[in-house]
Ligand binder design. Structure first.
Ligand code: HAM
Length: 563
């Protein structure tokens, strides 16, 4: 049997790397708290419409990358029976009459089946005149969403009852059993199982109740929650952060996964709370610079742009549409479609042959109105004052439709092709797009996987080790002595751990050489606990970095190991 593996694009995070993930998350929480952000946790899946409306139907994320499924599908038994009967029914009056008579004769049995709950699944083929040609065997038919043991036993039980019922005219007759289940055209076939004929019947007999999607990003979910809980009614700015998995069906490569983690934050509120102010943009960017610095990420670049108000974007879209007319015929199929539906998304195109054409298209800066220009100038002035470095990138329109005005990305050279550590921007119209009140906002999401990759590539991230490894010296052949020494080691480990030390515990059954090898891999020091040490209360401690071996009284051990 082949062994099962994590699904392509997903992965397990293991120690010691998870310690780094925890450190990143703890640092992010601490920084966010200093800026007065509180945590929000939204569900991992949402109504598909949320992303279609929020992120945009024409974006790569929504059109290609979402994990979407129909949830709560219900088997519509009645619709299947009606369809099936219409195909199997005979209009011949003799058949119709024979069928009716048959059902009348069966009705006492039907009541009986009802009582044992079988009738729910059993429909009487014999009630269908088409099946009741003279000489053909009567048939019990059961309709079920799938081949199930339950449906098969219901049929078998029905036949048993018909045979054992003294009043039944079917006692001496062979009764056929048929289970009808829904099928796609591709697997239409018949088989026999346990004396039951299984018929795959073509058609869609499932009513879907809701289309759901694993969240590809968290901003739409946060804004949905903001609207749903009336968070704007307080009249205050809402400052919310989140840490959690997101899902996109992208082609996996270094720094790009199908399940990945984001650390993000959103500032949103009614305009009266100052949610539109350029100060909010500058504060969020300054917080990001602080967070990356505190994490020890060096060499990041902040790329900044403004995509203007929604009116500016409409103008820009027109300018793009016009500029695309003469050239779009030479571009890829996606671009040809987008040139019609949402020209801005042409700028997301990754096809190499299209890039020279994209270079010649108008830039959005030329479509900004005075208000948007002023807003952007105030953002950059505040960043200059705070000493946060940035570079302007007019092509930075971001791959989600909700952005207005400020957009940004922090990139890092060490990441390779997927060089965006994080991205974000303002989304002044998103709440209204989702049916909520006016609630301008700005936020970002950091790709935590990429943060980890960047830190791992930097020396500061070398894995940490335990403060000490306790190595009891036992005699593997003397079970009682070994148990005594191991118990003493457990007591010592317990004392040290209570003092806040990070301790790995060996085993008296190990040979000393093996204890040393294990200790060197996992800890900074080894503490030897043999019979002598136990008696004298003086322990032997070796520090691996210096190679120095010392005798330390038990009472001083905690202080010694924490140095
Ligand atoms: P985004 O640019 O789509 O923006 O994603 C933000 C970050 O998530 C990216 O810069 C990248 O670091 C990381 N990321 C995206 N896709 C993957 C992937 N497949 N594998 C690994 N990391 C990935 C958003 O998601 C917006 N919601 C950000 C935002 C918040 N805008 C306003 N508020």
């Amino acid at each position: 049997m082949s062994t099962l593996k994590a699904v392509r694009g997903t992965r397990d995070l293991l120690p010691p790397e998870t310690a780094l993930w925890n450190r990143i998350e703890a640092t992010a929480r601490a920084v966010f708290a200093r800026y007065n952000f509180g945590e929000i946790r939204t569900p991992v899946f949402e109504d598909t419409a949320l992303f279609a409306r929020g992120v945009g139907e024409e974006t790569d994320i929504v059109s290609k990358e979402m994990y979407t499924w129909e949830d709560g599908e219900r088997f519509n038994e009645l619709r299947m029976i009606v369809d099936w009967e219409s195909l199997n029914r005979s209009d011949d009056p003799t058949h119709v009459q024979a069928g009716r008579a048959h059902v009348e004769r069966l009705s006492p049995l039907l009541t009986q089946l009802n009582a044992i709950g079988v009738q729910r699944e059993v429909t009487w083929g014999v009630a269908l005149p088409g099946q009741q040609l003279p000489g053909s065997a009567p048939e019990f038919v059961c309709f079920s969403p799938r081949i199930s043991g339950e449906a098969i036993s219901a049929l078998l039980k029905a036949r048993e009852l018909a045979k054992s019922d003294p009043a039944s005219h079917l006692r001496q007759t062979y009764v056929r059993l048929r289970l009808v289940v829904p099928a796609n055209a591709a697997d239409n076939r018949w088989v026999e199982r346990h004396d039951v004929t299984i018929e795959w019947f073509e058609g869609n007999f499932f009513d879907s109740t809701q289309s759901l999607t694993l969240r590809p990003e968290n901003t739409a979910g946060v804004v949905r929650a903001y609207i749903e809980h009336g968070l704007g009614e307080s009249g205050l700015l809402q400052k919310l952060y989140y840490i959690g998995p997101q899902f996109r069906r992208e082609r996996p490569q270094k720094g790009r996964y199908r399940q990945f983690a984001q650390i993000g934050a959103e500032v949103i509120g009614p305009p009266s709370a100052g949610s539109e102010s350029p100060l909010r943009d500058a504060e969020v960017l300054e917080m990001l610079a602080t967070l990356l610095d505190e994490l020890g990420i060096t060499g990041w670049t902040l790329e900044l742009n403004s995509v203007g108000s929604s009116a500016d974007r409409a103008h820009y879209n027109e300018a793009l549409r016009a500029a695309l007319v003469p050239v779009v015929g030479q571009m890829c199929g996606d671009c040809q479609r987008r040139a019609e539906t949402n020209p801005l998304r042409v700028l997301d195109c990754k096809v190499a042959a299209d890039q020279p054409i994209i270079e010649t298209l108008p830039v959005i800066a030329d479509s900004l109105d005075e208000e948007s220009k002023k807003h952007f100038a105030a953002v950059t002035a505040a960043l200059d004052a705070a000493g946060v470095p940035y570079t302007l990138n007019h092509r930075l329109v971001r791959g989600l439709d909700y952005y207005t005005r400020t957009t940004f990305e922090f990139t890092h050279g060490g990441l390779g092709a997927q060089n965006a550590l994080l991205g974000g921007g303002r989304y002044d119209g998103l709440s209204e797009m989702l049916g909520g009140p006016r609630a301008p906002g700005i936020g970002f999401a950091i790709g935590e996987d990429r943060l980890v990759l960047t830190l791992l590539a930097q020396e500061s991230a070398s894995p940490q080790k335990a403060d000490a490894f306790i190595a009891p010296l036992g005699d593997a052949k003397d079970a009682a002595a070994l148990a005594k020494m191991n118990a003493a080691a457990l007591v010592l480990a317990r004392e040290l751990r209570h003092n806040g030390l990070w301790i790995e515990l060996g085993d008296g059954g190990f040979r000393l050489k093996k204890s040393f090898e294990a200790a060197e891999k996992t800890a900074r020091r080894i503490v030897i606990l043999g019979e002598d040490e136990l008696q004298s209360g003086i322990l032997t401690v070796k520090t691996f970095s210096t190679g120095i071996q010392a005798k330390v009284p038990r009472a001083e051990l905690g202080v010694f190991l924490s140095e």
